[in-house]
Structures are given as structure tokens and as C-alpha cells.
Design a protein around this ligand. Structure first.
Ligand SMILES: *[C@@H]1O[C@H](CO)[C@@H](O)[C@H](O)[C@H]1NC(C)=O
Ligand SMILES: *[C@@H]1O[C@H](CO)[C@@H](O)[C@H](O)[C@H]1NC(C)=O
Ligand SMILES: *[C@@H]1O[C@H](CO)[C@@H](O)[C@H](O)[C@H]1NC(C)=O
Length: 408
């Protein structure tokens, strides 16, 4: 999750978790935890006394994504009251929707939102544990993994928004963490989601990544770009797989990289994690993503601006885009009246304060009364998802943001 999110980190982010997990797994065998075979509702929501529905959404390019709906608060009498406002929660890279649900229930954002009168929808992007189906491709086929975050921008997020909008006939609030912020910003900048979104809360925002200040992240990003074709080709990036394990070992040999405390070296010094929750996290995450996605994230780290996947060879870019350079995502094109809440942490190595500064700069023409920003000095990347005090410090602020009456 947490970190994972990160995206670009991807590499980075991921790596730490991954590494941690490898350590953990080596003493217990490398099998996936199988207690969640029935899905996220059963394992993480219904056990806490909430209603929860497992749903599926098919994207325009054929991926079948799992989606969980928590329609009401615990113990609520159904069908009363006015129509609830829908909220979509979007996780980051190398994790799935379960990462929102690892703390005790009174500390988990989806359940807090449900108890406060929202109709909650948890998205799971392609390739993660419950979103590994496609209308014609099997995950064992490399073509299943032929996507980067461009496709999350173009297909996954729009598919989930369209579905929730059709089901509820209401505009939708959004919460994204890490890569979940980048894909929303990029989608909005291309005019997608605009008619359906009511507001967006962006936690640990990832957009520009050039200041990412973890040594591991930077090395991983460089390695990723270089090793993409030789080591992995077009394939699943399974953090629990042997190839990835070997890659991580090689990265850990770089000077200045502390693989002993990977979570910290990847995400920054999280102030407020519960060790039981971190254990649970490591048993359930990291999840697979595509190697191409990590390469794209690494390009984002390296290039310092947001553009579509770079095929490197001008002729390949021309073939895909009709231009020799990949098109950029211009965040200044996000409609200026969309209510945005941005929360970032002073200790976040993935969502560095300078990069957040660049993000805010690209939003400088946003309507001033539609942009609110929170800075939390002690928070790092994972605190936003698993912090024991996130409810008081962040989630209550998100609730009041959503409860403002926006006429959109
Ligand atoms: C940490 O997590 C454990 C297991 O969920 C829980 O019993 C404990 O109360 C948590 N501690 C805090 C401070 O939230
Ligand atoms: C991957 O997708 C691109 C289009 O995005 C396509 O040009 C290419 O042929 C695909 N490769 C494979 C192996 O499916
Ligand atoms: C992004 O769009 C804004 C306004 O439309 C424009 O002023 C700016 O030059 C664009 N940025 C890039 C990098 O193209």
C-alpha cells in the first residue's frame, strides 16, 4: 500500500515492500496468503459488521476489474434518508484496494466514510489480485501486461467512474493515494471524468517525481529503464517472483542503499504506523503490476515532467502518437472549478515537498476557493493509509471537504 502506491516510485516504493516481504516470506515459504479467497468484502469489510457488495467493471480494452461497494454505515437501517453521495477510493501502485482496510475498523477510511453517510466504492486496478481477468487475455500471456499508467488514465479510472455514475446517478467524490492521485490528475487534464466528478481529495500526491529523495528509488528508477527489455520484457512485475527478487538483491548492493529498512528507505520516515498493521500489509501486499508501468514511472522520475509512455525510438513514438516525442499531460488543463483537496507530508520521500510545489504551481490558475492544501510536517507516504492517527489528522479534514456544499 502504501507505498506502493507510489508509483514511481514505483520502483522505489515497491521495492521496499517487496524486499521486506521477501525477508518475511523466506521464513514461511513464498505462498500467497490465501485467507482472502472470497474477496475484499468478506475478508476486510463484512467481518466488521458492514454490508459490502463485490462487483465487476469491464474496461474498454477488456480488463475485468473488481470493485467493492459499501453502501451504508455499520448497523444503519437501509433505505432511509436522502440519497447518499458516492465516493471512489483509488489505491496506488503495487497494492490493491485492501490497503485501505488494514487498520482496526474505526481507523479505516472506507468505513469512516460509510459511517458518515457516504456510499463507498473501492477500486482495484488491472493486474492486482482480484483484477486479473480480461475478456480474451490470460495473465500468463505477456499481452495481458502490455500497459502502463496511461491505460489506467484512459481506461481503468473512466470505467469505474462511468459505472458508479450509472448506478447512482450522482456526481462522485474521489480519494486517491499516491499513483491514485497521478492518474486522476492526468485523466482530468484530458477532459475525462470531468462531468462525473464532484470533488477530489489527493493524499500524498504524485505527479512530478524528479525530487524523489530516496537513494533506493533513484537507483531503482535508473535500473528499471535500463533493464526493462533485457530482464523482463513485456511482462508481469510480480514482486514475489524470482526475477524481481534477484533485481532487488542487485539494487541492495549499491552504495548508500539500506535494504534493512526498506519501508523507510522507500517511503520516508513514517511517523505513525502500527506494527501489527505493517505485518498485515506485508502479508497481503505487494501486488503485481506491469513492468511497463514501472518503466513509465521511472521515466516520470527521470524526465521531471508528465508525459505518455516513451517508446524511446522516435519511429515507435511516431507509430503510437504521430509525434516523435510522447504527448505531455498538461495539468493546467484541469478545469479550474473542480474542488481539489491536496494533503502532503513533510517526511514523504516519494511525494517530495518540492515536487508537490511543482504540482501546486501547475495549478496556480485554479479557482482559489476550489483548492485547499494541507501540509503535515511529520507524515510520510504510508501514514496516509495506515497511520493510527490519520482519522484525526487527515480523514476528518477530507470529510469536511466533502461536506462543503459545492454546486458542481
Ligand atoms: C494496532 O493494531 C492492533 C491489531 O489490529 C490493535 O489491536 C491495536 O489496538 C492497534 N494499536 C493502535 C495504537 O491503534
Ligand atoms: C502492446 O500495445 C501496443 C499499443 O499500445 C501495440 O502497438 C503492441 O503491438 C502491443 N504489443 C503486444 C505484444 O501486444
Ligand atoms: C499547459 O497549458 C497552459 C495553458 O493552456 C500553457 O500556458 C502551458 O504552456 C502549457 N504547458 C506546456 C508544458 O505545454
Amino acid at each position: 500500500m502504501l507505498m506502493g502506491f507510489v508509483a514511481f516510485t514505483l520502483s522505489l516504493l515497491l521495492l521496499p515492500f517487496i524486499l521486506l516481504h521477501q525477508v518475511h516470506a523466506s521464513s514461511h515459504g513464498t505462498n500467497y496468503v490465501t485467507t482472502n479467497v472470497d474477496g475484499i468484502c468478506t475478508s476486510s469489510v463484512i467481518i466488521h459488521g458492514y454490508k459490502c457488495q463485490e462487483l465487476v467493471v469491464t474496461t474498454k480494452d477488456g480488463y475485468i476489474l473488481s470493485l467493492q461497494r459499501i453502501p451504508e454505515g455499520r448497523g444503519e437501517v437501509s433505505g432511509t434518508r436522502t440519497k447518499k453521495q458516492p465516493v471512489i477510493l483509488q489505491h496506488g501502485v503495487l497494492v490493491d484496494g485492501m490497503t485501505w482496510l488494514l487498520n482496526p475498523p474505526e481507523e479505516d477510511l472506507p468505513l469512516i466514510l460509510a459511517d458518515n453517510g457516504f456510499d463507498v466504492w473501492i477500486a482495484n486496478t488491472r493486474g492486482t489480485r482480484y483484477s486479473r481477468r480480461h475478456i480474451s487475455l490470460d495473465p500468463s500471456n505477456p499481452a495481458f501486461w502490455n500497459w502502463s499508467w496511461d491505460e489506467l488514465v484512459a481506461y481503468d479510472l473512466p470505467a469505474v467512474f462511468d459505472y458508479v455514475f450509472k448506478q447512482t446517478s450522482q456526481k462522485i467524490h474521489y480519494v486517491g493515494h499516491s499513483l491514485g492521485t497521478l492518474i486522476a490528475l492526468a485523466s482530468l487534464s484530458e477532459g475525462k471524468l470531468v462531468k462525473e466528478v464532484k470533488s477530489a481529495a489527493l493524499l500524498s500526491p504524485i505527479a512530478y517525481l524528479s525530487h524523489m529523495n530516496t537513494a533506493l528509488g533513484v537507483v531503482a528508477a535508473k535500473t528499471f529503464v535500463a533493464e526493462f527489455t533485457t530482464l523482463f520484457g513485456l511482462a508481469e512485475f510480480n514482486p514475489r517472483g524470482l526475477h524481481v527478487h534477484a533485481l532487488l538483491h542487485s539494487l541492495c548492493a549499491y552504495p548508500g542503499i539500506d535494504c534493512y529498512d526498506l519501508l523507510t528507505s522507500l517511503t520516508g520516515k513514517n511517523c505513525c504506523l502500527n506494527s501489527s498493521t505493517v505485518d498485515l500489509f506485508l502479508r497481503n501486499e505487494p501486488q503485481s503490476t506491469s513492468t511497463k508501468n514501472l518503466v513509465h514511472l521511472s521515466q516520470t522520475v527521470r524526465d521531471g515532467f508528465l508525459s505518455k509512455f516513451n517508446y524511446v525510438k522516435p519511429s515507435y513514438n511516431y507509430m503510437h502518437y504521430g509525434e516523435v516525442f510522447p504527448p505531455i499531460y498538461n495539468l493546467s488543463n484541469i478545469p479550474h472549478d473542480i474542488p481539489l483537496f491536496i494533503s502532503y507530508g513533510g517526511k514523504d520521500a516519494l511525494s517530495d515537498v518540492h515536487d508537490v510545489g511543482n504540482l501546486l504551481d501547475s495549478l496556480k490558475f485554479h479557482d482559489v476557493d476550489k483548492l485547499s492544501v494541507q501540509f503535515i510536517k511529520d507524515y510520510a507516504h504510508a501514514d496516509y493509509i495506515m497511520g493510527i492517527n490519520a482519522r484525526d489528522i487527515v480523514y476528518n479534514v477530507v470529510l469536511s471537504f466533502f461536506n462543503q456544499t459545492f454546486d458542481r
